[in-house]
Each structure stands twice: as structure tokens, then as C-alpha cells.
Unconditional design. Structure first.
Length: 247
């Protein structure tokens, strides 16, 4: 939350903002402001884990708008060639900034993109949390057993527009309403209660705890200082000879 507010206590010291969350200690390397660019980063991180002979697996997330990006295809090729421990997770919510996948990609069954690289791939119902968990567990197992990368097309939906200035003329209100009925949180709550895993009161208590964490995070962010001016060029990759730098 502090990073969102651009505060010095944020995970990227307030210099990343919403686009560049980063936490080295947490092994968390993005957000990325450039659509698709994190696919190259994720592949490189997988190369590093492989090189260091660790048991770690990279989960590399991207939206449906990253499909036509050249870096996706180059990364898929190298990841297969080098048998890297990476899971490419396409969160297919069917829309990019203001365009549906149908209008930008000739391949509508996104998981089929893996076939061009002989990469194991799966289409997953993203509205069922347990289905998602199982698919990821299978892919992680494959990677840990030296079976290399997996492409998961996880189908989901975006209820809101890309931003507050998105008039959402590319879809109907009925379509949004239909997906809301299949909301994964509603589905998992129903499942938990139907199977008596937890009671309505226990779920309410979890909601309350979550609200408290969110409020505490917002208060922490609001009360934190902005980064000091002296921080502006620290931790930023720049050419020290670049002319605007004056001591
Ligand atoms: C290379 C590049 N082109 C354009 C943009 C502007 N842009 C920001 S988000 C976005 C659409 C992203 O859509 P998707 O990948 O489907 O992600 P979603 O927001 O639906 O999860 C675009 C085109 C950008 N950030 N980078
Ligand atoms: Mg999308």
C-alpha cells in the first residue's frame, strides 16, 4: 500500500508505484509497466534458478494482451530449449485496454500457443480457485521434476474497465452481469459453507480481519513520508556519464 502511495516505506522505496512493485527478499519481481516485458524477466529468473540448481520455480503472470508480444515467443522458445523451471500464466480476462482478444489474436484458444514450442499447456477455469490451485500444482511438480515449462491459460473476467476513463463500449452490461454470478469468491464461499468447512460466522470473521489489515495498511501508507530528494537516483539503473547528472 505504501508503494502505491509512492511512500519511502514502500517495497520499492516509493519509486516504483503500482507499475513496479518489487521485493527481492520476497522473490517478487513485478509488476511491469511494459505489457509482456516481464515474460523475459521471468524467463531470465528461471534460467538463474536452473543455473544455481535450486528447487525454485518461477510463476510468470501476464494478461491476454501480451500474446502478440515478440518477447513472449522468444521466451517460450528459449525456455523449452533450456528446459527452464517456469510456469507461464496467462490471465485471460478477454480484454486488453479497450480491445477484446478476438480482435487482436488469430489464435483464440490461447493455450494452443504452447503447441508451437512443444510446451505442455492447459486451459483452466479461473473462476474456480481449487481448479486453479490444482493446475498450478501440476505445473510446479512438472518443473521440479525437470519437465520444464508449462503454459496455463487461466480464464477469468474483468468487471471494471481498464481505468476510470474506460467507457467500456466493447462489451454489454449483460455480459458483465453474467460473469458476476460466477465470481470465484462467491463460488468458494458457497462451497465452503455447503461442505461445512467453515460457518457463515467464521467467514465473516475472516472478512473483518481482512478489512482490518487493509485499513491498517492504508493508515501506514498515509502516515509514511515521501522519499527524500537525495534518493531520486539511488537504486536506479542509469549511465553515470549521462549529461543531466551534476554533482
Ligand atoms: C508495450 C505496451 N503497449 C501498450 C501499453 C498500454 N497498456 C497498458 S495496460 C494495456 C492492456 C493490458 O491488457 P492485458 O494484458 O489483457 O491485461 P489486463 O489489464 O486485462 O489484466 C495496455 C495496452 C503498455 N503498457 N505497454
Ligand atoms: Mg486482459
Amino acid at each position: 500500500m505504501a508503494e502505491l502511495y509512492g511512500k519511502a516505506t514502500g517495497c520499492a522505496k516509493g519509486k516504483g508505484g503500482s507499475m513496479h512493485f518489487f521485493g527481492k527478499n520476497e522473490n517478487f519481481f513485478g509488476g511491469h509497466g511494459i505489457v509482456g516485458a516481464q515474460i523475459g524477466t521471468g524467463t531470465g529468473l528461471a534460467f538463474a534458478e536452473n543455473y544455481k540448481e535450486t528447487d525454485n520455480v518461477v510463476l510468470c503472470f501476464f494478461g491476454d494482451d501480451a500474446l502478440p508480444a515478440g518477447i513472449l515467443h522468444e521466451s517460450f522458445n528459449l525456455a523449452m530449449l533450456w528446459n527452464l523451471p517456469v510456469i507461464y500464466i496467462c490471465e485471460n480476462n478477454h480484454y486488453a485496454m479497450g480491445t477484446s482478444v478476438q480482435r487482436t489474436s488469430n489464435v483464440r484458444e490461447i493455450h494452443q500457443l504452447g503447441e508451437g514450442y512443444s510446451m505442455p499447456s492447459e486451459k483452466v477455469d479461473g473462476m474456480h480457485p481449487e481448479t486453479v490451485h490444482d493446475a498450478i500444482a501440476r505445473a510446479v511438480k512438472r518443473a521440479r521434476e525437470k519437465g520444464g515449462p508449462t503454459l496455463l491459460e487461466i480464464n477469468t473476467y474483468r468487471y471494471k474497465g481498464h481505468s476510470i476513463s474506460d467507457p467500456q463500449k466493447y462489451r454489454t452490461k449483460d455480459e458483465v452481469a453474467e460473469y458476476r454470478l460466477k465470481d470465484p469468491i462467491i463460488q468458494i464461499k458457497t462451497h465452503i459453507q455447503d461442505d461445512s468447512i467453515a460457518s457463515a460466522d467464521e467467514l465473516k470473521a475472516i472478512d473483518t480481519r481482512v478489512d482490518e489489515v487493509v485499513v491498517a495498511s492504508v493508515v501506514f501508507a498515509e502516515e509514511s513520508p515521501f522519499p527524500d530528494d537525495s534518493e531520486v537516483l539511488k537504486d536506479v539503473y542509469i549511465d553515470q556519464n549521462y549529461p543531466f547528472i551534476v554533482d
